[in-house]
Each structure stands twice: as C-alpha cells, then as structure tokens.
Design a protein around this ligand. Structure first.
Ligand code: PLP
Length: 313
C-alpha cells in the first residue's frame, strides 16, 4: 500500500488457499477456488441465504432426495426463486462430484438473496443466486474422536430461538454456534452443545444430539434443524425395534444418560463419551451407538438410499 490512488488491478488473483473441488455457478462448472459471490450479495451482507449439505460416500450420494426436499422447503420459506429447476440441481450436483473425481465428497447447494442493481433494501427486488460445489468429505469428529468419543462442553450460549429464525431453514446464522465453540475450547472441550431459551439442550455447530436412557433414544424436539442424519437415526431405531422419542431434553437428562452421540452429514454418528470433562456412564462408546453407527454406514450400500455418481473413468 504505497500509492494513495492506485489504478484498479487489471487481473485480480485470489491469494487464499482452497481445497480441491468443483463448483457450478451461472451455467458453468469451475474450479472451486474460482467460485465467488459478490460482496454486494445479501447472502453475504445480511446472511440472507439458505443451503443444504449432502455427502457422497464411495461414489454415491446418500439420501439426496431428502436433502433436496429440505433445500426446496428452505428456499420456499425464504420466498426465494431458484433460477434452476430441481432436476437441474440434481444434474449440477452430480456434475460437480463427477468432475471433481472425489469418491468421498461434501457437497453443498446454496441459494442466496442475490443482488439488486439499485442496492435496494427490499428483498423482493433482488435476483436470487444459485451455486453448488463438491469438495473432499470432512467430519465434525476426527479419527481419534470417532474411536474414543468426543468430550463436549454444554455452554451457556443460547441457540437463536425458533421465534427469531425458523430452524427448519438451514442457514448460515452461526455466530451463536461459533461463540459456543470458543466457550468449549476455553473450558477444554472439543465441541459445544447450545441450550434453548428454556435451558434445554438444542444442538451444536453442525450437528444434532441423541442420548440413550433406559434403552430409549431421546433427542430434542424443538428449536433444532431437522437433520437428515437425525431422521436416519430415527429410521434405523424403528427398524431395530427401539423406542425413539423427540422431547425437551435437560442437561441433567444428558448427564445421567447411558450413552450420548451426535449426528451430522459431516461425520454420521459420532460418539460422545465425556460431557464437560466428566465421563458419560463408564466413559466408553456404548453398544446402541455402535449398532446404529454400523447400520448407518451399511445403509450407504443400500439401494433405497443411494444415488451412484457417473464418474468419467
Ligand atoms: N444442526 C445444525 C445447526 C446443522 O448445521 C447441521 C448440519 O449441518 C445439523 C444439525 C445436522 O444436519 P444433517 O444431519 O442434515 O447434516
């Protein structure tokens, strides 16, 4: 920064690092490092955007229909208009993964409020934007945490209440979740669980939570994203003949549970063996968690739930 009034840069080059991947934007597939939204997009300025994340495992999408349905519902609730059809979205997502070559991928579809030529504050004036990308699969828990279980901190940060932001709309309002993460790190935890306005357990940064009590699977009923992995656990529970109940879950219920685990497209079923540094039951990964996790990954080979990607080679 030497010249007070420099010329505009003719060829801006982004110096930031990116993973390998492929994005789709404005009719074209491009390297993910080149996919951009405008600084004037209300998706960025106001967090006025929605998205969904689906994963590809061993070359096939898992529960793509369910993710698409949730995404289309989110877009509808935000009164956005997608510039592409649902069939186009399916094709675009397959295209991003096929071109990336990733057999295990993390795939996002995004709709932002977009921009308006007069920078209008009226969201109805904006032209909505659709983007998608595929990058290598990532997980909330690392390999060691998957084996021994996570140590989660129950933070005092309150999750944005459902009366403010409808949690059925998957969104980027993550400042409460990020604050929770830092509280957890400060207290020696590996990730965080946030409470709802009544002091009950809500969810964490990118995951839902379950516990096992007297053999019954319990999960928070309200104020959480209806996770597709959460739904899958409910389906597996039903198939295994277990009772699954969505209800208000106090921190004490969780602390006295036989087992605790968290669920996300980014990681699947992840055991939690410590809460606030104290062991859950005997501090080992429990048999119900283990059994549900095994079935969850077995379902990734089940034709009912998968959509194979047609790679080039
Ligand atoms: N809760 C929040 C806030 C999330 O962001 C996510 C996923 O990103 C989840 C829960 C888990 O949802 P899913 O199982 O559909 O990945």
């Amino acid at each position: 920064m030497t010249d007070a009034f420099p010329d505009l840069a003719p060829h801006y080059r982004d110096p930031h690092p990116y993973p390998h991947g492929v994005a789709w934007q404005d009719g074209q597939y491009i390297p993910v490092s080149e996919a951009k939204i405008s600084v004037l997009d209300y998706g960025f300025l106001h967090s006025d955007a929605t998205y969904d994340t689906v994963h590809v495992w061993d070359g096939a999408f898992f529960r793509l229909d369910a993710h698409m349905e949730r995404f289309l519902g989110s877009v509808d609730r935000l009164r956005m208009t997608l510039p592409v059809s649902p069939d186009d979205i399916r094709t675009i997502l397959h295209g991003c993964v096929a071109l990336s070559g990733h057999r295990k991928a993390y795939v996002e579809m995004i709709c932002t409020r977009g921009t308006a030529s007069n920078f209008s504050r009226d969201p109805r004036d904006a032209t909505n934007r659709f983007l998608a990308f595929a990058v290598p699969y990532g997980s909330v828990a690392n390999d060691a945490q998957m084996q021994r279980g996570l140590d989660i901190t129950i933070t005092d940060t309150t999750r944005i209440p459902p009366g403010s932001v409808d949690p059925r709309i998957k969104n980027y309002h993550w400042l409460d979740l990020i604050a929770g993460l830092f509280h957890a790190y400060d207290r020696g935890g590996e990730t965080a669980l946030l409470l709802d306005a009544n002091g009950n357990i809500a969810e964490g940064p990118g995951f839902n939570v379950f516990c096992v009590r007297n053999g019954t699977l319990l999960t928070p009923a309200e104020g959480v994203l209806p996770g597709i992995t959460r739904r899958t656990v409910m389906d597996i529970g039903a198939e295994q003949g277990r009772t699954v109940q969505a209800m208000a879950l106090s921190p004490d219920i969780l602390r006295s549970a036989e087992e605790v685990f968290i669920t996300s497209t980014a990681g699947g079923i992840m055991p939690v063996t410590r809460l606030d540094g104290n062991p859950v039951a005997d501090g080992q990964v429990g048999p119900v968690t283990d059994s549900i996790r095994t079935t969850y990954w077995a379902w990734h080979k089940d034709a009912r739930f998968i959509d194979p990607v047609a790679y080039r080679e």
